[in-house]
Design a protein around this ligand. Sequence first.
Ligand SMILES: N[C@@H](CCC(=O)N[C@@H](CS)C(=O)NCC(=O)O)C(=O)O
Length: 210
Amino acid sequence: MSKLVVWGTPVSTYVRTVRLLLEEIGADYTLQSVDIFNGESQSPEYLAKNPFGKIPTLEVNGELLYETAAITEYLDATLADRKFSFSDPMLQARMRQIMAIIDSYFYGPAITTIVIQRLIVPSQGGNTDEAKVKNAIAPAQKAIEAIESLATPSPYLLGSQASIADFYLIPIFIYFSQTPEFEVITAQTPKLRTWWAQVSQLPNVKKVCA
Ligand SMILES: N[C@@H](CCC(=O)N[C@@H](CS)C(=O)NCC(=O)O)C(=O)O
């Protein structure tokens, strides 16, 4: 059996993506802390594992793998017989498309700007940069409406089976839903609102994202 170590900070959305998958698989793994808030992820020791200083990095029997899409697809293939992907090529393409939209167009405005400015900055005694938040609303809305147009939730994003795309979006919604911008940005995405009401109650979501 493989020895799996996930390097990362438990509050990270991408670390949570990997952990949600591992928990759904029922895999045995260790979470090894790398703090992105105190500079540890930029230390020479961590940069030797991941030259971009991002989390997560997965260690499999001593071999290192980074980038969440690569990690999740590897784990799904090796531990779950691709249960969290699709054999239908178009559905598989839709899953990859949603993951790419999240990486390229949603994570930045939703997490790096709105969540950081609304939740993190004030919790550290700072003031929200309202201009930054305002500028992030339209791109976040465009991205989430694109995902809405691809989603067919019943109850998961692409049907009756949970896929890696769900594990990408759930950790972002955990934080994003706590911001005042969530209501307006998801006003035109009823399918995703129904999806969120259901998946936010899953036991492993409560366990990993508590
Ligand atoms: N492309 C990377 C992105 C990972 C990422 O952005 N992780 C965030 C935490 S959720 C991070 O490492 N932030 C620290 C930083 O940017 O310095 C992946 O897919 O794994």
